[in-house]
Design a protein around this ligand. Structure first.
Ligand code: CUA
Length: 332
């Protein structure tokens, strides 16, 4: 509806229309009551003005029905907006289960993106139409914020933590991407473009872009290079726990706690292994703090996520595990 109206940003994702509807509804309600009140002030001002010097208004001592009316109607409107807003919020904050995972790392002053197929981009992100994309983001230095107005998504990007946005693009084009958190001298220049393409064009672009290794493959390489595989094995006497099917599992810790092995847990265990030691193991793992870039940590996470839970948890020898890609994950 607003395609040619520059006052409003492009609408190019499956959720941008829903955000706009809510926005215009709130604007409409606000405008209605502002005009109503302003109009009544002027009307009463003219109608009940003092016409002679000896006119006095009569005092009003409250009216229960009137007070109930002006309490219940705004309450109803507020609750309606709240429920509607909550629905849009949940839709925006929960990526669909089949979303494909991309990664973003913010640093002063650029955005680095990684495709699951391994291609890397700076300040540009190419995506196809119709693919739900979950963008897992972190920062290498200070707080940034990932903002694409055309998709109506914005989320802070924090050092030492993963945050996500998700979107499914609906219209081809180039859409501005911003950093929306003041992050230093060149904050205003920290932006770029999301390039939305038809799926077949995207395939051609990917093929022509000379994709390197998939993230899973580079993660596996780091896993071997850093000798993670010498301790994290399937044998019961291994020095570290087996990592097959680790992602999304509940893990028992030495101090009796149970934690969920999500991105943050895995990241912490790589960079600060002593923080959460798995029950039955000694805190012998060295820290990788300062030795791995955020992108390398993301590759490792991607690799760990790809490790299928071995049938019966020990049926497959190390090295013979099926390394699954994001595409397989999407299909399964
Ligand atoms: Cu990064 Cu502002």
């Amino acid at each position: 509806m607003w395609l040619n109206f520059d006052l409003f940003p492009d609408s190019a994702s499956t959720l941008s229309g829903r955000v706009d509807q809510l926005y215009f509804f709130v604007m409409g309600v606000t405008a209605f009551f502002s005009l109503l009140i302003a109009g009544l002030i002027v009307t009463f001002f003219l109608r009940y003005r003092r016409r002679h010097g000896n006119l006095f208004g009569s005092a009003i001592h409250g009216s229960i029905p009137l007070e109930i009316t002006w309490s219940v109607i705004p309450l109803g409107i507020s609750l309606f907006i709240f429920v509607w807003g909550a629905q849009v919020f949940f839709a925006l904050s929960r990526p669909p289960a089949d979303a494909t995972e991309f990664f973003a790392v913010g640093k002063q002053w650029m955005w680095k993106f990684q495709h699951p197929e391994g291609h890397r981009e700076i300040n540009e992100l190419h995506v196809p139409i119709g693919l739900p994309i979950k963008l897992t983001m972190t920062s290498e230095d200070v707080i940034h914020s990932f903002f694409v107005p055309a998709f109506r998504v914005k989320a802070d990007v924090l050092p030492g933590r993963y945050t996500t946005v998700w979107f499914e693009a609906t219209r081809p084009g180039r859409y501005h991407l911003f950093c929306a958190e003041y992050c230093g001298a060149e904050h205003s220049l920290m932006g770029g473009w999301v390039v939305v393409m038809e799926p077949n064009e995207y395939e051609i672009w990917l093929a022509g872009a000379g994709t390197g290794q998939t993230l899973t493959a580079s993660g596996e390489e780091i896993f071997t290079q850093r000798a993670c595989n010498t301790c994290h094995r399937l044998e019961t006497q291994a020095r570290g726990p087996s990592l097959n099917g680790i992602f999304g599992r509940r893990v028992a810790l030495k101090d009796g706690r149970m934690v969920l092995a999500d991105e943050s847990y895995l990241r912490e265990s790589i960079l600060n292994p002593a923080a959460k030691v798995v029950a039955g193991y000694d805190p012998v793992m060295p820290t990788f703090q300062g030795q791995l870039s955020e992108e390398e940590v993301l590759s490792l996470l991607h690799y760990l996520k790809s490790l299928a839970p071995a049938a019966g948890d020990s049926a497959l020898p190390a090295g013979a595990r099926p390394a699954r890609t994001m595409r397989d994950r999407g299909a399964s």
